[in-house]
Design a protein around this ligand. Structure first.
Ligand code: ADP
Ligand code: MG
Length: 242
């Protein structure tokens, strides 16, 4: 479980997050939604430690992460899998090397164990026999899958995905959502997905946190959303390309 309390983050006088509280449960996909520039990525970065919040705390299964020093954070970082926006693969490395890079940083596996693990993860995301290819040889959907394979390479307890559907056609997008949902079940991990994709919201939105003007404006499930009369939510829904 991940709990965030009173997260504040400003860039200069741009108060992007103004006191966000939420609980993200294990074995479940939670979504952070909101318009462009509403602070979704900033919140995700505050959670994984890529940004230091100005105020507030992040708890990973009760352990307060924000105030830990670098060494103290390492065991939790090892349990975090992250799919970055635009996949963030190293273009000069093969698919397999991209995954081994993470294992080099965080695991003490032998060379052959790392190769086996990388290929096991690639197979899991239906990318068998792509290990020697370079990112430039892959489609957008395949790149996302490599990013996901990398994110699960360390058996994550916490899985973060920033815009996993960006740039994908609707059919591929649904497959990626399904994969994220399956992996959340398999690993029983706490999964937090940032999205502005309404198909994802309706498909996998068990818990949704809606950011608006720096605040948590609404939270609930996709079913609750169907029956909600929050006007700002409707603005968001109808502004999103389907
Ligand atoms: P979203 O992911 O919802 O589109 P972001 O979290 O990326 O929104 O950005 C929220 C706001 O914070 C935007 O106004 C953006 O310009 C600003 N912002 C994000 N990152 C930085 C940064 N590193 N430095 C300055 N401003 C930033
Ligand atoms: Mg973003």
């Amino acid at each position: 479980m991940i709990e965030i309390r009173n997260i504040h983050k400003s860039f200069g006088d741009n108060a992007v997050l103004q006191g966000i509280d939420a609980v993200f449960e294990p074995g479940k996909v939670s979504l952070i939604i909101g318009g462009s520039g509403s602070g979704k990525s900033t919140l995700l970065k505050c959670m994984v430690g890529l940004h230091k919040p100005d105020e507030g705390q992040v708890f990973f299964d009760g352990k307060e992460f924000t105030s830990m020093n670098f060494e103290e954070k390492v065991p939790i970082r090892k349990e975090i899998g992250m799919l970055f926006q635009n996949s963030a693969l190293f273009d000069s490395m093969t698919v397999e090397q991209n995954i081994i890079f993470t294992l080099d940083m965080f695991s003490d596996m032998s060379k052959s164990e790392k190769r086996d693990r990388a290929n096991f993860c690639l197979e899991r995301v239906n990318l068998k026999n792509t290990n020697k290819l370079y990112p430039s040889e892959l489609s957008g959907g395949m790149k996302k899958r490599v990013g996901i394979a990398r994110a699960i390479s360390m058996n994550p307890k916490y899985l973060f995905c920033d815009e996993p559907n960006s740039g994908l056609d609707p059919a591929t997008s649904i497959l990626i959502d399904e994969l994220i949902q399956e992996l959340t079940q398999e690993y029983q991990c706490t999964t937090v997905v940032v999205t502005h994709d309404m198909n994802s919201v309706m498909g996998i939105g068990e818990y949704i946190l809606f950011l608006y003007k720096g605040q948590k404006f609404w939270e609930g499930s996709n079913q609750d959303m169907l029956h909600s009369d929050v006007e700002e939510l409707n603005d968001f829904v109808f502004a999103s390309p389907l």
